[in-house]
Design a protein around this ligand. Structure first.
Ligand code: PTJ
Length: 248
């Protein structure tokens, strides 16, 4: 991995790039994943590389929804596996929600590599290799899911998702939680709860909130949460920040 000095002002961001490149070299992430990451980076720059208050509210709603789920499942693609394997496993254990490998740029080899990578990081019961069911209404490989996993889940956490599948999962009657730095993506608009934040920060916050709610025995849904309103708040918060940005 290219060594980035910790003193570099963009250390965290550059480290993520290196993790993704390592993921591509290991056959976990797709090359297209780099482009998707670059789009995410651009939004994160506008956001100010921190968690917006509206994103925090979405994260709280997501924690409540996932805790109240009867059968939550976490969908994992190449970027998620390369960037945050440990955190996604911690969340999976806390929620008792299996991880399911589900990739857009499908190859069997990559499904197996991602599964093994997650297992090496301590995950067990990683789904996705069976692919014995199809999500109705989508033509591409992401339609392939495990019957006992995403197909029969009531709540799906699908970070860095594409809009098509999010829409199809909603059409199946599921609740979908997404993590996507783009507040105007089709995924963000379709999801039940859209967390507009970087995957790493969002998972850190989600883990803290799930733990807190579990400690307090609190699984109440956030009745006042409205995803469209929350996305509007995100956009306003980004616009306000840009107005205040000092140009040097
Ligand atoms: O491993 P595969 O084959 O499933 O491919 C994964 C990617 C991400 C390449 C694939 O799902 C894809 O092409 O996704 P999209 O349609 O480009 O959407 C990815 C979304 O994730 C975009 O809206 C990005 O802004 C967002 N994104 C990228 N990096 C991050 C992110 N959101 C949160 N945190 C990030 N680090």
């Amino acid at each position: 991995m290219f060594r980035i000095p910790e003193t570099h002002p963009r250390y965290e961001s550059l480290l993520k790039r290196e993790k993704l490149i390592k993921g591509i070299e290991a056959g976990i992430a797709s090359k297209q994943g780099l482009i998707a990451h670059g789009r995410g980076e651009a939004f994160d720059y506008l956001i100010g590389e921190r968690t917006l208050p509206a994103a925090m509210r979405a994260t709280e709603a997501a924690a409540a929804l996932l805790l109240a789920a009867k059968k939550p499942v976490i969908s994992v693609n190449g970027n998620v596996a390369a960037l945050v394997p440990e955190k996604i496993i911690v969340l999976s254990v806390l929620l008792n929600a299996p991880l399911e490998v589900n990739i857009f740029y499908w190859t069997e080899a990559r499904v197996i590599k991602i599964k093994e990578h997650l297992e090496q990081h301590g995950a067990n019961n990683v789904l996705g290799a069976k692919a014995d069911a199809r999500i109705p209404g989508i033509e591409h490989a992401r339609a392939r899911v495990d019957y006992e996993g995403i197909y029969s889940a009531d709540v799906v956490l699908a970070p860095l998702e594409d809009g098509d599948r999010c829409e199809a999962l909603i059409a199946m009657g599921k609740n979908v939680v997404t993590i996507d730095l783009n507040p105007v993506s089709r995924t963000s608009k379709y999801a039940t709860v859209s967390i507009v934040d970087d995957i790493e920060r969002a998972l850190e916050n989600l883990i803290v909130m799930v733990k807190e709610k579990q400690k307090n025995g609190e699984v109440k849904l956030l009745a006042e949460y409205n995803n469209k309103e929350n996305l509007k708040a995100v956009i306003n918060e980004i616009a306000e920040r840009l107005k205040d940005e000092e140009l040097r």
